[in-house]
Design a protein. Sequence first.
Length: 629
Amino acid sequence: MPEDMCVPFTSGQLSAWLLFYGPSSDRLTRWERWTFPEEVSRETVVEAVRQVTGCHEALRTTARVGADGLMEQRIHPVGPVDMEHLDQVFAEDEIIELIRRLVKEPIAMAEGPLPRWIMGRTDTGGLFLLLLLHHFVLGSRGGKALRDELMQIVNNLSRGLPAASGLPEAMNPRDFLAEESGGRGERTRERARRFTRPLLRDMSSTPFPMDLCEDALPSESAGEISGPGRRMLGELHSTRLRWRLEKLSEEWRIPVSAIVLGGLCLVLQRVVPDKDAMVWQVFSDAAGTGAKSCVGYQPMISVLRVNAPDEGDLYSAARGAWKAMLGSLRAQAPGETVPVEESFRVSRERGVKLVTPFLYNYVAHGGGVLWEQEDGARPGDASSKPDKIEVSYFDNFPGIFFTCYVRRLPGVLQISLYLHERMLGENSPHDLLRSLADLLHGPGTSGAVQSDPLAVLRRVEPQEDWLRLSGGRWVKPSAVGEALASLHGIVEASTEIIEDGDGGKRLLARVRTTDASSDPGSLRERCHGLLDTAGFVVPDLIDVTGSDLPPDGPPPSSAALDALRTVVTRALPSGAWDAQRCYLASGGELAAVPGVLEGLKKSGWEGLSWKDICSHRPFSELAAAMRRI
């Protein structure tokens, strides 16, 4: 293979890059560990590493911005293994401490060095092998495939068999790319768009009609909290649930992932102000074992709605979740392109930003977990361990979201919820997780289970100054008036709620402008740039009047806007740049966003995330948020 072979990102790699890119990206280290008996030689392990690295291109790939401004991956040829040999003999606790120290070291996401292999000797005379690499490279299922394959290669070499004997065919990023770039890939994306679009058109605009400030993070001094709320993490650790859910899965023929999602939907229906907006984005991984295995991280994101009953029937909710999962899996496309682009398109079509904060990810095998140490415990002594619930607050997960991670760990099920504290109203994360646990345990498995395990939960009421307009659009009228008044050339703006003929509500805006040529149509188009403002809706009716004030001059340019224009124009169709329009509306594509962010970074600017680039905000507003590095 030529040394300079470069190919574009796959859709999965694009989503992974966007997912992990940011100020804390150099702290997202994944690790894997192998232990070998003393009869296995160092040379055998080194050869096994060389073989598995040769099979999987993701383990010898770096990324860079190409001449066209797009991110591309460079696939390095198979060569000698760069192995670090440690002279010290390690006890088990010393190996664990070594791993803890190594994962704290900064790691480059894509453009930096290739995976780091470390070998040492155990105090029992055997060898241990560590692999450290960025989460961008390796997913959980890919980690499981890598653990199994390397161990298989060592066994083959030790028995005198060909190294690749019994291994599945390797699926590399270039294979995914070939599938995506042809007619089959376009048909897959179109099928995903047809599936996703109706869900977005029918859902309410937000399940949380309230002000959730994205900048409300703890300050650096004395842990003070600014703004209306904090981000928090609630975690449930349960041994009994690990086995209870696997038993239910066998009885109901429904995966554990769907049972947990169904239960979570029942819990949230008691809490969220508008359950019509409860649309989930579900993450899965195309990597893993089977006829073909892929080590590279290839996330798949599907959008679905679970039709869960109101009465709290877990079986019906689980079946509804599994049916929704199957439907979305059949219609999903790789990566996040379709959900992002369709959310943008339908938001502009409906005149309100669609918020889909519910994210769900079930991981059957956690990265770095020593699965050969599975204790084999079954209901009995292990199942008598009480559930443990922990709640903590953090400041390094910005944004409004409700993310649930479910991890099947050795002997325990771990359910983690990341959310903004105001989403729960008077409920606590402990209430939410305890209710979910009681629901999943079911009658007869926990002595104190109530007849209604969700009785403790209270509905979160919409904020008083938020109203539901016809078409499932939530609005904060005062926010609309303030946002309209901020537009260039607008002197004054006010709003009024009027009744429509079907008993619903519509929004009327009255504006005074210095531009005599302004009309409702052109002003409505400019309103699309305000869709990211909390509580904003493009008014149904706009009444425009002129003023006697002289017209405002054009908005001033700036060094930040000039830098943004220089980088972005490479990703837009020729002549599409307009400082008052946004990136996607100007013809930009999600695939070019990594190159835009890297281009800004190299030119000395920061302050924007990929979600900023893909928002409805015009370039002039994005430039105002940029800052010098």
